[in-house]
Design a binder for this molecule. Structure first.
Ligand code: DX5
Ligand code: ZN
Length: 220
């Protein structure tokens, strides 16, 4: 699965930019609050507006403090998947249960240097694990390869029946990095600058999907 990140799109033409990635598996929307990360992007009103102009399942990545207060609104609005950060969530299990009760998938994200071990139990309550492969906050950064150790670990747990999750990766994914991520066991690849810097974003999505599928057995 490929999830284009509209963080790299033209915010003055968002509906057109979403239409330009028709055929994507998920649409990745980065919500930042200028507290959890040093950047401010968009929030629920813009997500609600985008939900009206696309059928692509929306993947809301909340880089915000106090997700206990804010995450549920994105599920109630109709987001397909809502991801909160492990570093910000004080009650991740409650958030996951609330998101699922509202009809959304629940995601947990970890920053590059956050270990997975403390969250393995909690992850049983979640549908997706979003492994950050850059420090959250900005698009266009360089891929941090050591996070693939976490991907390999969780892939093994999934393959041995100890967890049931989609593994998503976010940050620095492009034609040079997607194969190593696929080999490590990623299911869903977020790509911002690699998609939106392409002359034909929808074609870039298809090319990344083919490249990932050819690199890894679990994707075919
Ligand atoms: C960064 C965001 C990413 C970002 C990825 O904090 O979570 O989704 O858009 O952008 P690229 O693909 O350019 O690294
Ligand atoms: Zn993101």
């Amino acid at each position: 699965m490929i999830a284009p990140s509209i963080l790299s799109a033209d915010f003055a033409r968002l509906a057109d930019e979403v239409a330009a990635v028709a055929g994507s598996d998920w649409l990745h929307v980065d919500v930042m609050d200028a507290h959890f990360v040093p950047n401010l992007t968009l929030g629920l009103p813009i997500v609600e507006a985008l939900l009206k102009v696309t059928d692509i399942p929306m993947d809301c990545h909340l880089m915000i403090e106090n997700p206990e207060r804010w995450a549920i609104g994105y599920a109630e609005a109709g987001a397909h998947n809502v991801t909160v950060h492990a570093e910000a969530a004080r009650e991740p299990v409650r958030i996951a249960r609330d998101l699922r009760a509202a009809g959304a998938k629940a995601g947990l994200s970890v920053k590059p240097d956050t270990p997975l071990e403390p969250y393995l139990e909690v992850l049983r309550e979640f549908d997706t694990l979003l492994v950050m492969s850059v420090e959250p906050g900005f698009g266009g950064q360089k891929f941090i390869a050591h996070v693939l150790d976490k991907v390999r670990m969780v892939r093994t747990m999934i393959d041995t029946g100890h967890l049931n999750l989609l593994v998503e990766i976010d940050g620095g994914i492009n034609a040079d990095t997607i194969e190593q991520a696929a080999e490590a066991g990623v299911d869903c690849f977020v790509a911002g600058s690699a998609v939106y810097s392409a002359a034909d974003p929808a074609m870039a999505v298809r090319a990344l999907r083919t490249q990932a599928a050819n690199a890894a057995h679990h994707l075919t």
